[in-house]
Design a protein around this ligand. Structure first.
Ligand SMILES: Cc1ncc(COP(=O)(O)O)c(C=O)c1O
Length: 397
């Protein structure tokens, strides 16, 4: 098939415009969910019940698997027009013009590049606590002040306290549903942030888990040309974490600033065709949302019956209140091959649990009952004590 290769894609443009900022990005190391999950893991096994990295056990949908197999023989070529095709499809699905969307191998890259592009030693990074940690590493790498604002009593982002963090803020990061709590921040709260933030700052909204929930997307604020960048990923409901595809939506000038910071890497063609096939499967999102909601509700009902506390979540993960050192509970669960985690320092007696398959969650329940009744403790073997250290920011597992 002949394609018009003269069309100037965003990636080609910025490749040609190598800036000083882009070369500075060489020092930026990316922190990702699998790195954080592995750091907290008891052993480096991949056998057992792995409910510690917010993965989707269902994997890619059948059409995506077929598309991956069909494109494999063309793996010797970059096939960059497939990127342009997916950008158009993904933008159309959200009612956006193609220039409002860019795709990346996962949303971790645009998350890091956005934080690094808009935060600095002079412009702070504001996030929720507990909240997804990755952006803090990018902020630390560019020497930005990191402000962690506790969630409200309803587990939403405290947008008023976030605005009060100071006039020097460069990036407000809002993850809704939040990782790790699975709780929502309302659209009106995000609007408040957008309307009251200091000039020159951006609101980075991470909707990695939105398809599991009933939340209203922030995409309308992107359409309205606000100072908003919006992240999406195919790693969660679409089950493509290992295939790597994500997207960022925003005004063309904001997207260009992100790309100027660190350039753009060609997409794996397997990810492009799998994402495209997934978007065309109109049953995928509602069906998987239903499956996740059913399993999560059944786990919550079991926790209620057994007198355990948790934070009610609308996502594929939730925080369990262990009422004692969550670290001990993680270790004791691992000794039964059930891998949960991780812990957020602000809540040392809570642990994050990913919603797995129904049989996996039954194993989780059996193991948890033993652990909480004291019948099962950690195996006693030496625990891996890995630290993730990045420019002064340390996360200890
Ligand atoms: C809130 C949030 N944002 C972004 C990501 C990045 O995911 P990926 O790079 O797989 O798209 C994750 C991964 O777990 C996440 O939890």
């Amino acid at each position: 098939m002949v394609r018009d290769r003269s069309v100037s894609s965003a990636s080609r443009r910025s490749f040609l415009n190598l800036s000083g900022a882009a070369s500075a990005a060489v020092v930026l190391r990316i922190m990702t969910e699998p790195m954080l999950a592995r750091a907290a893991r008891h052993t480096l096994t991949h056998e057992g019940v792995m409910i510690d990295a917010n993965e989707n056990p269902l994997g890619p949908c059948p059409a995506a698997r077929e598309a991956v197999a069909a494109i494999a023989p063309q793996g010797g070529r970059y096939s960059d027009w497939l990127t342009d095709d997916l950008v158009k499809e993904i933008a159309q699905a959200e009612g956006l013009k193609p220039e409002y969307a860019r795709v990346y191998p996962g949303s971790s890259e645009p998350l890091h590049h956005t934080v690094a592009a808009f935060a600095s030693a002079q412009r702070s990074y504001v996030t929720a606590d507990p909240g997804y940690e990755a952006g803090m590493f990018a902020a630390a790498a560019v020497k930005a002040r990191v402000v962690k604002v506790p969630l409200t009593k309803d587990y939403a982002h405290d947008v008023r306290a976030m605005v009060a963090a100071g006039p020097d803020v460069g990036v407000f990061y809002v993850c809704t549903p939040n990782n790790p709590t699975g709780t929502l921040t309302s659209h009106s709260d995000i609007e408040y942030l957008v309307e009251n933030k200091p000039k020159g700052s951006i609101v980075l909204v991470d909707e990695a888990y939105i398809h599991f929930s009933d939340a209203t997307s922030t995409v309308d604020l992107v359409k309205a040309d606000k100072d908003v960048l919006l992240l999406r990923t195919f790693s969660k409901i679409y089950g493509m974490a290992g295939l790597r595809c994500g997207a960022v939506f925003g005004r063309a000038d904001l997207l260009q600033k992100v790309e100027d910071y660190a350039g753009w890497n060609p997409m794996p063609i397997t990810a492009l065709v799998a994402a495209s096939a997934s978007l065309k499967d109109t049953q995928l999102v509602p069906e998987r949302k239903r499956i996740n909601t059913t399993i999560r509700s059944s786990v919550f009902a079991w926790l209620d019956r057994n007198g355990y506390s948790y934070v009610p979540s609308q996502s594929n993960c939730f925080m369990l209140d262990t009422r004692r050192s969550a670290k001990e509970v993680i270790d004791a669960m691992a000794s039964q091959n059930v891998y949960i985690g991780r812990i957020w320092p602000v809540w040392p007696t809570h642990v994050r649990i990913t919603v797995g398959t129904a049989p996996e969650m039954e194993q989780f329940q059996t193991a948890l009952k033993k652990v909480m009744s004291g019948a099962m403790t950690a195996s006693g073997g030496p625990r891996r004590d890995r630290k993730l250290r990045m420019d002064g920011l340390v996360i200890r597992a």
